[in-house]
Design a protein around this ligand. Sequence first.
Ligand SMILES: [Zn+2]
Length: 248
Amino acid sequence: MAFEWPHSAEAAISLTFDDGMRSQRETGVPLLNQYGVRGTFYVNPKDDYAAMLEGWRAAAEAGHEIGNHTVNHPCSKNFPFISEFGRRSLEEMNFADIAWEIDETNRRLGEVLPQRGPVSFAYPCYQPFVGRGAKRQSYVPVVLERCVAGRGRGEQSNDPRYCDLGYLWSWPCERAIGQTLIGIVEQAAVQGRWAILTFHGIQEGHLSVAEGDLAELCAHLQRSASHIWAAPVAEVAQWVSEKQKIGM
Ligand SMILES: [Zn+2]
């Protein structure tokens, strides 16, 4: 039996942007607004969080989700940006450490920005573990106790009947051209699935996508709005969660 999306849509699409980069706020948010597409922006509210999050207030008020990406962005020590800067790695952390990262981020988001229900989480570096070797454990359960869903990376779009909301698959979209991005959307429509696209910099910074290519995708989503549901991860996750609970 086919999965039922709202308003008989053929697929769900979520555009996600990691690391709270300036180009996302200055270029990404206005672009999405222009085409009537709401996305999810995963930020790291560090020490100067109040001022930083104020910069996202307009985006939150326009209906975009400001999601949880932890305070300190912990990743494997295998990354030089962790090991060479003496930052705490996932291998050196336990459940209590990661719980603090997620709880404190939710608290800071809630303190500064208008509440729009539960937020979703994006795994820093897509990595869902703490500890190393024989002590390595998945921290997916820690996320699900605190957020409506966790976004990782994967091989395909999500099958809403079977996907694990604790570790959703997404397509890394750095350097993708517009036609490739549209292809992901159209494939999801044929399959009745939920495609999550992950972006970082727009026309700058790390893992970037060209502004023109992102604009092509947004224009396509606007043209397809009658049959393709584009919404933030938390909104789609809540819909999928309800359907999975009743066995569909
Ligand atoms: Zn990140």
